[in-house]
Design a protein around this ligand. Structure first.
Ligand SMILES: [Fe+2]
Length: 297
């Protein structure tokens, strides 16, 4: 009698198929299209006044497209963010999906920007452009964002009044804005020029689509907010992901990173690029609460 019967093989094969089909459905449909987490961070980084509470809702890498991130998904993002009642809303770029593997149909920027127009926060809405925005439709995207009253920042700093105090919000130009024919990229980023606009000692925050700039961000900036990595898009603990789009591998993959007393938060974002899968990194809205823990003591 054979040790493994044909029936057992068929059963095991069927089970394997079902497991892989279920895994594929989860990674290709359930996690990217249906899940939406809110990930909250509470911190008072160096330079940020403990008695200055500020709540920031962070949207990143939505990569709007059909079928994976249609307008209905954008509306759910808007409803989720508004329910959080943030003081300030920022979007860290990569508004659209551009890969044909992801985007069966492009959603015109004026359509998704119109959905964002329902976002509401007392200090307003700010964004930077990401590499995908630059590579394809930067002018059209910028016009659509302008039309939706979302302030597009590119190497700019703005002094914002809040709770009787002031802070600087800086937005960096994209670090991978232009493909070079000989390989590599030329960025639109000008960190020294951006920081030179900080004419007062008020605390500063920086929006930078790609987190790699963090190695150059000085302690003058209390917190850097980045996206771009999608948390690796597929993350299995203890397994190295070679596809993280960063020169530093997994160093800035995801989450709250502190180096030399400087703080960076990397959002896993919402959408996808490259391949239409997310696994182990559910789409998320990030909520940053600055100064509040100390302020409420
Ligand atoms: Fe990106």
């Amino acid at each position: 009698m054979p040790l493994v019967t044909r029936r057992a093989l068929l059963t095991a094969g069927s089970a394997g198929f079902l497991v892989s089909a279920a895994g594929g459905a989860y990674a290709g449909l359930i996690e990217p299209s249906l899940m939406l987490d809110v990930t909250e961070y509470r911190l008072t980084p160096p330079g940020w006044p403990a008695d200055l509470p500020l709540t920031i809702a962070v949207i990143a890498d939505v990569h709007v497209c059909e079928p994976y991130v249609p307008i209905g998904r954008v509306q759910r993002i808007v409803e989720t963010v508004n329910r959080l009642k943030p003081d300030l809303i920022v979007h860290l770029g990569d508004h659209e999906a551009t890969s044909r593997k992801i985007a069966a149909r492009r959603v015109p920027p004026r359509e998704w920007a119109a959905a964002y127009a329902d976002l509401s926060a007392p200090l307003g809405l700010y964004t930077v452009l990401g590499n995908h925005d630059w590579w394809h439709n930067a002018d059209e995207i910028r016009r659509a964002l302008d039309g939706a009253r979302i302030r597009v920042m590119s190497n700019e700093a703005e002094l914002i009044e809040h709770a009787g105090r002031r802070f600087w919000l800086c937005g960096l130009g994209d670090q991978l804005a232009h493909w070079l024919k000989r390989g590599g990229f030329r960025g639109e980023d000008d960190l020294p020029g951006t920081l030179a606009q900080l004419k007062t000692d008020d605390p500063a925050l920086l929006l930078a689509h790609e987190p790699d700039i963090f190695t150059e961000v000085p302690a003058r900036v209390s917190l850097t907010l980045s996206g771009h990595t999608h948390g690796g898009q597929v993350h299995i603990p203890h397994l190295r992901n070679p596809f993280i789009p960063s020169a530093y591998g997994g160093r800035f993959r995801y989450g709250h990173i502190v180096e030399d007393d400087r703080h960076l938060i990397v959002s896993g974002g919402i959408g996808m690029s490259g391949l239409p899968v997310r696994f182990g990194v559910p789409p998320e809205i990030v909520l940053v609460r600055l100064g509040q823990q100390t302020a409420t003591v």
